[in-house]
Design a protein around this ligand. Structure first.
Ligand code: MN3
Length: 216
């Protein structure tokens, strides 16, 4: 896990900084703002920004989605919503495992609150470092199914990794994020997905080095 954090995550930040080198006005922006406002990013660096800002944001969410003592399961409003939308926590886990298994190649598997159907919960995967916020869906829980996330310990057994991951899932963080998600993230493009930022703020404080800023 430390290798994953120090090497893989840090490299996205380095590459994001490199892409932004010629564009000082964009260096002021956060990674989430860049993702939500790709149309304002010059075409020649748009792909690099999309991939590396996505890698940074998704890993930031991923570290927050885990804790040694994250609770035994969902509580409060999130627990109610899971029963409403999946039938049970077990059913949610089945869907999560399927989505993670079916993602061909590298990607992420998400529990997200959609902006459709009155804000219902859905499980799905994304390719590469795509983030559901770009489709207006708000991330609640996320697991990394890039091979580098599990290969050292599980080799090619992605299904075992997905199953064991629940032991470290941070249900307290998930419940908090669900409560933040009450309003539509669609309107948050200019305010940098403020609820997502609020939910990840503690992480950012702990890892200032990973902010996509250039050195003086
Ligand atoms: Mn990773």
């Amino acid at each position: 896990m430390m290798l994953h954090h120090d090497k893989h995550h840090a490299s996205y930040v380095e590459m994001l900084n490199a892409a932004l080198e010629e564009f000082p006005e964009l260096q002021e922006r956060t990674a989430i703002w860049l993702l939500l406002n790709l149309i304002k990013v010059p075409k020649e660096i748009r792909t690099a920004v999309r991939h590396n800002a996505g890698g940074h944001v998704n890993h930031s969410l991923f570290w927050r989605a885990m804790a040694p003592r994250g609770g035994d399961g969902p509580v409060g409003l999130l627990a109610d919503a899971i029963v409403r939308d999946f039938g049970s926590v077990e059913q949610l886990m089945v869907r999560f495992a399927e989505a993670g298994q079916q993602r061909f190649g590298s990607g992420w598997v998400w529990l997200a609150r959609t902006q459709l159907d009155g804000g219902g919960l859905q499980v799905f995967s994304t390719f590469g470092h795509e983030n559901p916020l770009l489709q207006g869906h708000y991330p609640i829980l996320v697991n990394d199914v890039w091979e580098h996330a599990y290969y050292l310990k599980y080799e090619n057994r992605r299904a075992d990794y997905l199953k064991d991951w629940w032991a470290v899932a941070n249900w307290e963080e998930a419940a908090r994020r669900y409560e933040y998600s009450d309003n539509s993230s669609r309107d948050d493009r200019e305010t940098e997905g403020r609820r997502l930022l609020a939910a990840t703020k503690a992480f950012e404080e702990m890892h200032r080095d990973y902010r996509p800023t250039t050195s003086a």
